[in-house]
Each structure stands twice: as C-alpha cells, then as structure tokens.
Ligand binder design. Structure first.
Ligand code: NAD
Ligand code: ZN
Ligand code: ZN
Length: 345
C-alpha cells in the first residue's frame, strides 16, 4: 500500500509499505477513506516528535471502511464505515471502561503514527487494535468529514474546554487558533461563555475566530486589552492549544482570580518556569493532559447531528495522499489558508 513515512525533520515521503495485517484476534484492518494532519504531526515534522524511529507511517486521524476483522471482533463488521479514535486503549481494563483510555491500566495506551509501535493512518489502510473499542461506526446523520474531525481535533478541543471548567456567563480566553483552538472557541460558546477572547499570531486564523463570535487578539497586547476590557478581572477560564512555554505562561497571565487554565497543546519545551507566586495568589487551577477521544463522543455526536457544531468547516484542503509532503509543507507554513489538512488515499 501507499503510506506517508517519516524520515527526519521536514522529510515525509509517500512510499510503498507492507499492507497492515491482523496481529491479534481483536484487530481490524480499515481501508482509509480520509485522514487528517494534526498539529501533533507538525511536531514530528519539525523533528521534535515522540520517538527516535524513522521510516514509520505517520498520522492518527482517520475514517474508513472495515475490510478485515479478527475472530475476536464482535461489534464491527466488514463493510462498516468507521471513525478511528486517535487515542488507543485495551478497551478491557477498568480505566478504559470508565472512558479514561489514555491511562489504560494494561499499558495499551497509545496513538497511531508516533513511532513504529503503532503504524499511522496517513496511508491506504491501518490496523486498529481492540477495534470494537478503538473505532466506532459513524453515527447516522454524521458525514465522513465530520466524523474525521471527531477522531481527534474536535474531541480534544471539547476536552480542553471541559478541563477549563467553563460555566455559563463566563469570560474565556483561548490561546492558539489552529483547528483545535478554533473548535475550543466554539466549544466554549456552547458551554455558555458570554465572551471568548481568541489569541493567535496568524491574522487569518484570528478572522476565523471572529467569525465564530470571538474577540480576536494578537498575543503581543492580549493581556493589556483583556485587562482593560474586563476591568482587571481577566478570564475565568483559559484554554491553551499551542504547547510552548511562552503560550502556557501567557495563558496563566490571562487567568483571573480562581480561574482555571487548561493546557492541551503538546509540550514542546520540556521545562516550564511555573509562576508559583502568581498562581498561588490567584488561587488558580492548572490542568494539562491528553484527550481520551471516545470519552467525548457522547456529547459531540448529538451536537453535530443537530447542526449546532459544524467542525468540517475548518477543513481547508483535501489533497491526494501522493501530495502528502506538499500538504505538510503548506500546513507548516500556514500558507494558502491551510488549516485542517485532509488527505484522500
Ligand atoms: N492534548 C491532546 O490530547 C492533543 C490532541 C491533539 C493535538 N494536541 C496539540 O494541540 C495543539 C494544537 O493543534 P492544532 O492541530 O490546532 O495545531 P496548529 O499547529 O494548527 O495550531 C497551533 C496554533 O498556535 C499558534 N501559535 C503559535 N505560537 C503562538 C503564540 N506565541 N501565541 C499565540 N498563538 C501561537 C499558531 O499560529 C497556530 O495557529 C498542538 O500542540 C497539538 O500537538 C493535543
Ligand atoms: Zn492529534
Ligand atoms: Zn485499558
């Protein structure tokens, strides 16, 4: 099959790779219809990924059709159209059963396309372990592109907003307006935010946040403007969707007294100088972590079915898998209006 493989910083190639095969009775093989490029894939692209491996297939957002199942797969059937959760768990331990996939008690937690351990889904096909649990039939009334957004970006945005304890009538700030930050803006409004400040370096992305109803700001003067507009109260809830030390620091500066800061950006700076005195004086709550994707689906499915959320509007490009390297380059440079990049194998 064809697959996008990682060979080093800014070196992603569409090449031949062995077809995935069933390795365990609970596996399924999914023929990929569409796959997305995530901000986390950009970390890999920059050579700041999650392993030292090379040659592995990248990507962890995909929808497709079940083409083969192991004998231990009971719910999925060949021919089913499914969405594949970016977060993988064993599906059998108490942690997975409680929805907390990323803290799987059987150490089966993982994600596709971060190393050779679990090959990625930017390919013509992908092996899904514990497939009854880690993939789900796309619900009625949900289009493939909407389901694709649920495999990671939308679920993570919703999780990030939940972790920020957003309550009705509050002032919220979102730092970073990639697909995840923009969907966090929308999530905040659905959760009842009265005002959402949306902060990014890229003017085009700020305009998209404005279209969603937010007040868009450049990080340079965001603190001063929000201080002035809230008479010093700042934001009650802040979502950080970048992952740099400086943006986490900005998020902490934007939080008012007893505010909550929720970090979903994947940490690129391994260390961070936590402003203890400020957090202590403000009585801040700080949360950080990875989204257990299927845990968010029960809330998101009806929101999409009813038309309240239209996550597919942030898909800017649909390109052939052969053009994968070009798609990464555009996304990296934020060129040509690149936002959620989708590949069609
Ligand atoms: N926690 C999780 O479970 C989880 C899941 C998926 C992705 N992520 C992470 O979420 C983050 C966002 O993903 P995405 O797909 O939206 O990526 P993206 O790269 O499209 O978005 C990042 C945005 O941050 C902005 N940015 C960079 N520096 C900034 C600064 N100094 N001030 C303000 N904005 C700044 C960029 O302009 C860009 O718009 C990534 O770090 C990704 O790894 C986390
Ligand atoms: Zn991701
Ligand atoms: Zn488990």
């Amino acid at each position: 099959m064809k697959a996008l493989r990682y060979y080093g910083a800014r070196d992603i190639r569409c090449e031949a790779m062995d077809d995935p095969a069933i390795q365990d009775a609970r596996d399924a093989i999914i023929r990929v219809d569409r796959c997305g490029i995530c901000g986390s894939d950009l970390h890999i692209y920059h050579g700041e990924g999650f392993s030292e491996d090379i040659g592995f297939c990248v990507g962890h957002e995909a929808v497709g059709e079940v083409v083969e199942i192991g004998r231990g797969v009971n719910r999925l059937r060949v021919g089913d159209k499914v969405m594949i959760s970016a977060a993988v768990g064993c599906g059998a331990c108490t942690s997975c059963l409680a929805g907390n996939v990323i803290h799987c008690a059987n150490n089966a937690a993982g994600c596709y396309g971060l190393s050779s351990r679990l090959q990625g889904s930017q390919a013509e096909a992908v092996r899904v372990p514990a497939a009854d649990f880690n993939a789900a039939v796309i619900p009625e009334g949900i289009a493939a592109d909407q389901a694709l957004m649920m495999t990671d970006a939308l679920a993570t945005a919703w999780f990030g907003a939940r972790n920020a304890d957003i309550a009705v009538g509050q002032t919220v700030a979102v730092v970073g307006l990639g697909p995840i930050g923009l969907l966090a803006v929308e999530s905040a409004f659905i959760m009842g935010a009265a005002r959402v400040y949306a902060i990014d370096l890229v003017p085009e992305r700020r305009r998209l946040a404005e279209a969603a109803g937010a007040i868009a700001l450049d990080p340079v003067d965001a603190v001063e403007i929000i201080r002035e507009q809230t008479s010093g109260r700042m934001a009650e809830a802040v979502v950080e969707a970048v992952g740099h030390a400086r943006t986490i620091d900005l998020a902490l500066r934007l939080a008012g007294r007893r505010g909550t800061v929720s970090v979903i950006g994947v940490n690129q700076d391994r260390k961070f100088d936590f402003p203890m005195a400020r957090a202590f004086a403000g009585g801040l709550t700080f949360r950080i972590g990875t989204c257990s994707v299927p845990e968010e689906w029960p809330a998101l499915i009806p929101l999409i079915q009813s038309g309240r959320l239209k996550p597919e509007k942030y898909i800017s490009h649909v390109m052939a898998l052969d053009d994968g390297a070009k798609a990464y380059d555009l996304f990296d440079k934020r060129a040509d209006g690149a936002l959620k990049m989708v590949l069609a194998p």
